[in-house]
Ligand binder design. Sequence first.
Ligand SMILES: NC(=O)c1ccc[n+]([C@@H]2O[C@H](COP(=O)([O-])OP(=O)(O)OC[C@H]3O[C@@H](n4cnc5c(N)ncnc54)[C@H](OP(=O)(O)O)[C@@H]3O)[C@@H](O)[C@H]2O)c1
Length: 284
Amino acid sequence: MAQMAQIKMRVLIVGAAGQLGQAMVARLRGEHDVTAWTRQDIELTRHQDVREAIGELAPEAIVNCSSFNQVDAAEDDQVTAIEVNAMVVGTLARSAAALGAVFMHYSTDFVFSGTAQTPYTETDQPEPRSAYAQSKLIGEWLAADAPKHYVLRVESLFGGPRRKSSVDRIVDLVRKGEPAPVFVDRVVSPSFVFDVADASAFILRAQPPPGVYHCVNSGHATWLSVGQEIVRCIGSETSLKAISVNDVKLPAPRPQFAALSNAKLAKAGYQMPTWQNAIGRYLS
Ligand SMILES: NC(=O)c1ccc[n+]([C@@H]2O[C@H](COP(=O)([O-])OP(=O)(O)OC[C@H]3O[C@@H](n4cnc5c(N)ncnc54)[C@H](OP(=O)(O)O)[C@@H]3O)[C@@H](O)[C@H]2O)c1
């Protein structure tokens, strides 16, 4: 287990208006001296402006919650995907390196092909299958330009104030008494944004060995099972509409088996709650 450094740091959070960004600002504000930048504060693709602004602020940690997350749109707009998900990451990482700061960045289960039978670990070989996934993998590599980098792979984020996640779509339909479509053959490890924020706060304090960590709620399930848990928690009589990945044609392929093992994070000292526990807390 890593040594705890209980020090207040100057932390810069970029992408602060996003689903995870808002949770990170809320979580870290009590503990650190936080500066939060949204797109209104700075356009991250203006690399020189970003370098100068970071140099002036001189943060001790940079947390990158920005991303171009439109998985299907990225197939037709690979330039923006690479620019935001990779080049911006490189600029932030090198700015952190110049200051000797920690660089925390978020990536995705989509870097894997989804053909595995057991949860992916950090040593498994990425095999991205879409433009979005490729841009995120390049971003992971560029994050390593900061010696003190942490790349946290999350997936199926839910629980942010924007309420735009797959979990929220199911919750809204179940609450309306309408049959929510749920995949019977896509397996995921959902990630509650506030659990990801807590784990991120732990990593900033403990500073375990740099590298990639899977930061998802413990366990995995089909979307059908996730939907059934939501129905149970809400106490609804609504039935779900089971669908297959073969029923839905999307421009960008998704990994079918996307379970991630968070054992490395647990070994570093942070045990993520189960996804059932997280959904229960979110809905209560
Ligand atoms: N959501 C998921 O289910 C999921 C799954 C796997 C991995 N992840 C990863 O988790 C992290 C957080 O995701 P999220 O869902 O919180 O993302 P999000 O809600 O889409 O937020 C991303 C933020 O980045 C900002 N941004 C994008 N391009 C920018 C630019 N050029 N300059 C300045 N700001 C820019 C966006 O600003 P605007 O609001 O102005 O566009 C937005 O506030 C990302 O790294 C993502 O890849 C998410």
